[in-house]
Design a protein around this ligand. Structure first.
Ligand code: A2P
Length: 278
């Protein structure tokens, strides 16, 4: 249960370290601490502007590259042949590596009313397929793509996305999209699995934490992993980092998973792929 398998057979850790904004407060030290407590998946993006800091830590850290799983993402303003190549080379240089374990298109569109978004996605995807074929990326995927973004794309690509990283957490389970991903062999992955801390004080979560003898955060993460979804929580303090990795010593029963799956919408970030990210 500590790993999931992508459609091309690549293993992806069930719990990764989400680095968005984490280095802004803690700098390089938080990345070092995440590695110290046992995280092997580091999630970043060109847009996070922290790849160079992560790369400096990785260069010093005594660990084989093959033990790490590094994921980065291309921003939607770079969805062109030159844009992807430039962004990808920038990520490799900053991260000081010669390959990425996973590379994602960060959002399907920059402007909400962009009539060319699909052409841009397809051009970018074609370049990513080439990088995958050359062995420079072990798995390619998307992020924040809903079925109506994926469906027109799937018809036209030679390599299908292996993962779709989405906002997923108790109160925002996007069941329709999860069903579509399952039907198409695409692994969902959860960003903001704690709902950016908005769900941590929820009394329904506290009740289950009491029942299973764990923390509220562990309930939220364990739920997703039991639903078959890898998670990338952010945490800036070492105790929370440890806690978020330590979710494999208990199992929730089916009724509790069902209860959490059916909680009415809450905790949504307000971000949505069709709104653009301008
Ligand atoms: P902090 O960064 O101060 O450690 P998400 O990953 O859903 O975006 O949520 C991240 C938020 O949840 C951050 O505010 C983070 O706080 C907080 N957080 C992460 N892990 C825990 C935990 N185990 N207990 C309580 N809060 C946590």
């Amino acid at each position: 249960m500590n790993d999931f398998i992508l459609s091309n057979g690549i293993r992806i850790p069930a719990v990764g370290y989400g680095s968005y904004l984490s280095t802004a407060g803690g700098g390089k030290q938080v990345i070092r601490e995440a590695l110290d407590v046992g995280y092997r998946y580091i999630d970043t993006a060109r847009m996070y502007k922290n790849e160079a800091e992560i790369g400096e830590v990785l260069a010093d850290y005594k660990i084989d590259r093959e033990e790490l799983f590094i994921c980065s993402k291309v921003w939607p303003t770079d969805l062109s042949r030159e844009g992807v190549l430039r962004s990808f080379e920038g990520s490799l240089n900053d991260l000081r590596t010669d390959y990425l374990d996973m590379y994602l298109i960060h959002w399907p569109k920059f402007r909400k009313d962009d009539p060319n978004w699909l052409d841009n996605v397809l051009e970018a995807w074609n370049v990513m397929e080439g990088l995958y074929d050359q062995g420079k990326i072990r798995a390619i995927g998307v992020s924040n793509f809903l079925p109506h973004h994926l469906r027109p794309m799937l018809d036209k690509v030679s390599i299908r996305p292996m993962a779709d990283q989405l906002e997923l957490h108790v109160g925002f389970m996007q069941e329709y999209t999860l069903g579509f991903l399952k039907d198409n062999g695409i692994l969902p992955q959860a960003w903001s699995p704690l709902g950016r801390a908005r769900l941590l004080g929820d009394e329904r979560i506290s009740y289950l934490a009491g029942k299973y003898g764990c923390s509220n955060a562990q309930i939220l993460l364990r739920f997703l992993v039991q639903r078959g979804i890898p998670v990338i929580p952010k945490a800036s303090n070492i105790e929370r980092m440890k806690q978020n990795l330590d979710i494999f010593s208990f199992e929730m029963d089916d009724d509790d998973i069902s209860f959490l799956s059916c909680i009415p919408e809450c905790g949504w970030s307000g971000e949505a792929p069709d709104l653009g990210v301008e």
